[in-house]
Design a protein. Structure first.
Ligand code: HDE
Length: 695
């Protein structure tokens, strides 16, 4: 609650220059610096172009106007082909347990050192201006500026990918992006071309299960797990290899939105996730993740009932536990979105000596793609010189010329070997990057998919069967929603034919919701296994019961009791949560005569933006608000989204009485503050089947 209201305008008084059509002039004065052209020439008038006569024409001679407009015309660069919409933050990585036994990479062996990093989160399908909360995979890309060169872990918030071979990637993306003839839908997989492609590519079904689950609707970027997905190698000083998969585990646990909530948030606040990241860093509540590794040998991998080189397979944490060895803290929001978040260039091929690639064919395609895409996005082979991309360790290469060289390199030679400049950098066989000396069997060249990649249903089955009943219902409902948007009947039927192989119950639920008969099951290419359940793939059980990171909306109005508002505010904050005050107006006079500034008007801050809601209003305000549909939605949605509601007598009498809100244990009167605080830490999932027709 902000109690001080300051009505004075902080902008300095402006000089009004007479005789200029009444247009005000904003002139530098005192300690305000001069505005200049890009060449440093001081600009005298930034409001009027140069004219032959006050009423025109405008003169071509006006270099100030032309420079300004020309720069403006070129202010956009191509957005990323995928992952166009994103946000990021600076922070650091700190190793807590050394992996010296497995690798020579200092970032994984020197404990206690804080390595600077930049992390960018993104959605995949939508364009740069799309919403934050579609049903989608989220990108989770981390660039660590290690003392031995940049290390980019370019991962996602799901541990598997849709396809096994890079050659299918352009088709996957063309299928999910807006359909080429009509140019829609934006940021949505719920359309024919996507389901047509995936139902013809059964390898996609494991990732589809994750996409239809709550993991595709993160409540906050701070509440997402991150996965490097592919197997990589760690190499020790003797060149011995250990396979590794990388994991980021959020300190706030994994928390998700409900689909109906996500849909409404996309209208109320399309920047929901990026605002949350910005605000949490501004508040000093720094997002944090543990860094973990799954380590395994080639011999162990040979015994897995799947091929770990196949990116559509996860390694169950119950089979190979995640060993926590470090942490990431994000503690600084970028100063400039374009310079940093937009220009950051991640490449899975950026890694220091001691870490190496596996033979995952999807990874190999990526090693080409990212460098290639930077050339067209950033427009120059010198993109590594942009501050956000530049290594923070010494670097020297013979790649010098090209667009936008920012340095002035010295010397006569630009080649190696050379003998004219003995002091110039050379390769170093001891410290330099070494690839794993892999023995290659006599193979047969060809466009071949390994037999060991043929099982497409066992892991999706494990995923579904590992979920809680609420999550299984969400998955089935999401399939029904998406397929409900598919116009072509045979695409829906084909999708059902795969779901039968995953789980009969799932297939039945989706078919019933669509009113369709089940077709014959698709023919599996390999036996389907009943793998042990893996609780680690759930969402709800990974959501800790806590208020930290969660936000409570308090509805107040004229005459509301200041002492009660403060009591609630303090209790929420003491439990680690944050508060936003919502009111019918921005300035609100309370019972003690003081005026406070609300954070939002009720019409601009629907309850979908909060994790729990409180209402402290007087009878006259309640009577008025009872006629306002956005206020009625405020309570109705909070109830339908299984949230805790704390109400005052006036709210109960004039508002709740009009709504189909059942007073269950999460709908409590104001006096029960402690109960509300406990409830606000979670959702009442048992309420969901009463308010929503789940598949
Ligand atoms: Fe990407 N991906 N990808 N991807 N990807 C890009 O690179 C690509 C894949 C991921 O915040 C592009 O700079 C191919 C898997 C993230 O800037 C592009 C294949 C995973 C980001 C590209 C994949 C990812 C990208 C577009 C199949 C998880 C955003 C812009 C072989 C492990 C990074 C860019 C950021 C971005 C290609 C598959 C994650 C076109 C060809 C698997 C997080 O190069």
């Amino acid at each position: 609650m902000k109690t001080t209201i300051n009505h004075s305008d902080p902008v300095k008084t402006l000089d009004q220059v007479a005789g200029n059509g009444g247009e005000p002039q904003y002139q530098a004065e005192g300690d305000i610096p001069n505005l200049t052209t890009q060449q440093g020439v001081v600009i005298s008038d930034n409001q009027n172009s140069l004219k032959r006569d006050p009423r025109g024409p405008t003169l071509l001679e006006d270099f100030v106007l032309r420079e300004k407009i020309t720069h403006f015309d070129h202010e956009r660069i191509p957005e990323r082909i995928v992952h166009a919409r994103g946000t990021g933050a600076h922070g650091y990585f700190e190793l807590t347990e050394s992996l010296a036994q497995y690798t020579t990479a200092k970032i994984l062996t020197e404990t206690g050192v804080q390595t600077p990093l930049f992390t960018r989160f993104s959605t995949v399908a939508g364009n740069k201006g799309s919403k934050d909360t579609p049903r989608d995979v989220r990108g989770f890309a981390v660039k660590m500026y290690t003392s031995e060169g940049n290390w980019d872990i370019v991962g996602n918030n799901m541990p598997v990918f849709f396809i096994q071979d890079a050659i299918k990637f352009p088709d996957l993306i063309h299928a999910v992006k807006p359909e080429p003839d009509r140019g829609f839908p934006q940021a949505a997989s719920a359309h024919d071309t996507f389901w047509d492609f995936v139902s013809l590519s059964p390898e996609t079904f494991h990732n589809l299960m994750w996409l239809m689950s709550d993991r595709a609707l993160p409540r906050s970027l701070r509440m997402m797990e991150g996965f490097g997905i592919h197997s990589y190698r760690l190499l020790d000083k003797d060149g011995k290899s250990t396979f590794v998969r990388f994991h980021w585990k959020p300190k706030l646990g994994v928390q998700s939105l409900i689909w109906d909530e996500a849909v409404k948030i996309s209208g109320a606040d399309p920047d929901y996730n990026r605002r949350d990241l910005f605000e949490s860093i501004q508040m000093g509540d720094y997002p944090e993740w543990e860094f973990g590794v799954q380590l395994f040998t080639e011999e162990e991998a040979d015994k897995f009932p799947f091929d770990h080189l196949d990116a559509t397979k996860l390694i169950p944490e119950e089979l190979v536990p995640v060993k926590i060895i470090g942490k990431m803290v994000l503690n600084r929001y970028p100063d400039n979105f374009f310079a940093e978040t937009e220009q950051v260039a991640f490449c899975p091929s950026h890694l220091p000596n001691g870490i190496d690639f596996s033979n995952d064919p999807l990874l190999h395609g990526r090693l080409h793609s990212y460098l290639d895409t930077q050339l067209s996005r950033l427009g120059s082979p010198n993109f590594a010189q942009i501050p956000i991309n530049a290594p923070k360790c010494p670097f020297a290469s013979n790649q010098q010329d090209g667009h936008m060289q920012m340095h002035v390199p010295k010397g006569r030679t630009l080649y190696e070997p050379q003998s004219l400049e003995p002091g110039k950098p050379r390769a170093n066989i001891k410290e330099g990057f070494k690839s794993f000396a892999e023995k290659c069997d006599d193979g047969v060249k060809g466009r071949i998919r390994a037999e060991s990649f043929a099982d497409h249903y066992s892991q999706p089955r494990m995923f579904y069967r590992s979920q809680t009943p609420a999550e299984q219902a969400h998955i089935a409902t999401a399939f029904a929603f998406e397929l409900g948007k598919v116009e072509t009947a045979h695409v829906r039927t084909r999708t059902l034919s795969h779901l039968i192989n995953i789980d009969q119950d799932l297939a039945n639920r989706v078919a019933t919701a669509l009113g369709m008969d089940l077709p014959e099951a698709a023919k599996p290419q390999a036996p389907i296994l009943d793998m042990p359940e893996s609780p680690a793939v759930q969402t709800i059980s990974l959501s800790p019961k806590m208020l930290k990171g969660r936000q409570v909306g308090i509805l107040v109005g004229a005459g509301s009791k200041k002492a009660t508002i403060e009591k609630y505010e303090n209790a929420v904050k003491a439990a680690g949560g944050s508060v936003k005050i919502v009111a019918p107006s921005i300035e609100v006079k309370l019972d003690d005569g003081t005026t406070i500034q609300a954070d939002e008007r009720v019409a601009g801050a629907p309850s979908v933006l909060f994790d729990a809601v409180v209402s402290i209003i007087m009878p006259d305000v309640a009577q008025k608000l009872a006629k306002d549909s956005s206020t009625l939605d405020w309570f109705n949605d909070a109830f339908n989204h299984c949230k805790a509601i704390s109400y005052c007598p006036a709210t109960a009498e004039f508002i709740l009485s009009k709504l189909p809100i059942e007073k269950d244990e999460f709908v409590t009167p104001l006096e029960e503050l402690d109960t509300f605080i406990e409830n606000a830490k979670t959702r009442l999932w048992e309420r969901e089947p009463k308010v929503r027709d789940l598949a």
